[in-house]
Design a protein around this ligand. Sequence first.
Ligand code: URA
Length: 233
Amino acid sequence: MVRLNKYLADCGVGSRRECDRLIADGVVKVNGKVATLGAVVSDSDHVTVNDKRVGDKQKNYYIMLHKPKGCVTTVKDDLGRKTVMDLIDIKARLYPVGRLDYDTEGLLILTNDGDLANRLTHPRNEVNKTYIARISGVLAEKERIQLEKGVLIDGVKTAPARVKILKQDQHHTRCEVTIHEGRNRQVKKMFEAVGKEVEFLKRVAVGDLRLGGLKRGEYRFLNEYEIDYLKNV
Ligand code: URA
């Protein structure tokens, strides 16, 4: 961590005293919020002066987005649908780490650190992903166990998973599902395999990173501990 005036001075914005003046004038923002005198920043912070980024041009961004329904995870969509990039106010080329379907919401990591994105999505390094799923009808105990042990989707058995029933009545079952593979539409297809339809799906965690109180459509920069965690997971 370094004091903001020193960070700005090191980036060539001006002397520390001039930088303090800019901070006092309210034109310096850290992670989108107007900075105050005496603030400290780290390399993972996004610092702007008059809304222009300062700092190392090669700097990497690590972002957690609460993807809402109704947008695609790709950077560009041939059908002209809204993409997750429309929700993010950053010019850098970001890669989504894994995918969420158009109608799935929840935690999505985006980064311009291509190495990390590739590593995290490689089948060998897949981390646990936890979802809340609402299913139509009652999920029988036999079906729950079947899902945990593995079911056939597209002719290939899924790896062991965890399926916990959170709430159930005669019309719906609400479950927490943890998988570590990342196959296409995996959770929906797993339930299809036991004759059940997923009506609502939300990813609430990727490894130890949790969505927490982040609102739909909002994003935040990961802190240095979270970035470290992802790099070593
Ligand atoms: N499984 C699904 O079926 N859809 C998603 O978006 C993510 C996991």
